[in-house]
Design a binder for this molecule. Sequence first.
Ligand SMILES: Cc1cc2nc3c(=O)[nH]c(=O)nc-3n(C[C@H](O)[C@H](O)[C@H](O)COP(=O)(O)OP(=O)(O)OC[C@H]3O[C@@H](n4cnc5c(N)ncnc54)[C@H](O)[C@@H]3O)c2cc1C
Length: 351
Amino acid sequence: MTDGRTFKLTGVALALDGAQMLDQICEHFVEHAEVGRSGHSARLASKLGVANIRLQEPKLLIELDCPTEEALQLARTSLAEHMFYFAGTDPLELTWSETAARALPPNLHEVTVVAAEDITPHMRRVRFSCADVTPFIGGDMHVRLLIPPKSRRPVWPGYRDDGRLAWPEGEDELVVRPYTIRAVDRERGELWIDFLQHPAPGVRTPGADFARDALPGDLVALLGPGAGGLPSASSILMIGDESALPAIARIAAEAPAGTNIKAIIEVADAKEEQPLHSAGRLDIRWLHRSRYPIGATGTLSSEGQKALSASVADTFVWVACEKEDVRAMRAFLKLRGHDKSRMYVAWYWEK
Ligand SMILES: Cc1cc2nc3c(=O)[nH]c(=O)nc-3n(C[C@H](O)[C@H](O)[C@H](O)COP(=O)(O)OP(=O)(O)OC[C@H]3O[C@@H](n4cnc5c(N)ncnc54)[C@H](O)[C@@H]3O)c2cc1C
């Protein structure tokens, strides 16, 4: 609840090419916010609040207007992190009218391992206790898992002056990996995350290894939730592999009655299938990698494209898997002119 007051902040960005930066911001955020564009100005409206961005060569002038102090801080960080990502190696100066009000990000939650168990041969569920699970109910479902170095008191990220997160370095460096909140147990105050145990010969897999070794009492932090939520549509087509299975299962579980859900899910073999539940109508097709011809690539995306061609026009398309399959699906959606506000397309890992 708010008292109608809003929280404001202004910022100035000096990018190498301000017009291109504004285009990139609009193009990216259209999948996450309502984006209005008029010439050199853009308005981004999301549940965090409103961002008005105006190009006044060579600067981008930013105005944030948010319902809470926390939302203002999150909106600033999100915009700052994206702008520096878009700038890449190009110089970017970003300054704000005020510095961050809190030392720690308002969406940082310390959580403790309660239990861990294998739910299939290669999927391990870790249950975490969390002091306040309210932010995780409905809405966005992804988090960044922050794993501190063993046997050290964790140091969590703070803020840089430009609004980006300041990550601890050296001996305090954290392992950071994106994961999905598979379920929220309100009564017990618990969050579940399902970790794929993916063997990567000769390479460490710190995210998967954390779940393999997790013991009751282990302390980690979750940054979020954010980055994509439960789609609201009468028809949803989901295409994903094991890394997306927790999200697909959660979307199905939380979809209201009357939703038509089709899912194409690629897993190693039949032992990795999981029972999915939904109040909606659920049609799942499992693809088993063990049955593919040797050297086969792109099977998931080509099956996804066939399903998309057969789907109704206003279908919400949800895609998450390995980068190459995602690229192929994105290109296909672009070719078909699929409405960007009716899709979520994200790569969850890279070969
Ligand atoms: C928004 C989002 C939500 C996600 N949710 C989940 C989730 O709920 N559960 C989950 O298990 N994963 C999820 N992922 C994927 C997960 O973040 C990645 O798989 C991550 O790379 C795992 O980290 P790691 O430390 O185990 O391996 P890394 O250190 O990142 O990678 C080590 C090696 O493993 C390979 N590798 C990484 N992931 C896979 C994979 N899935 N299959 C095969 N090889 C792989 C890499 O190519 C690399 O060679 C999500 C990703 C995103 C972006």
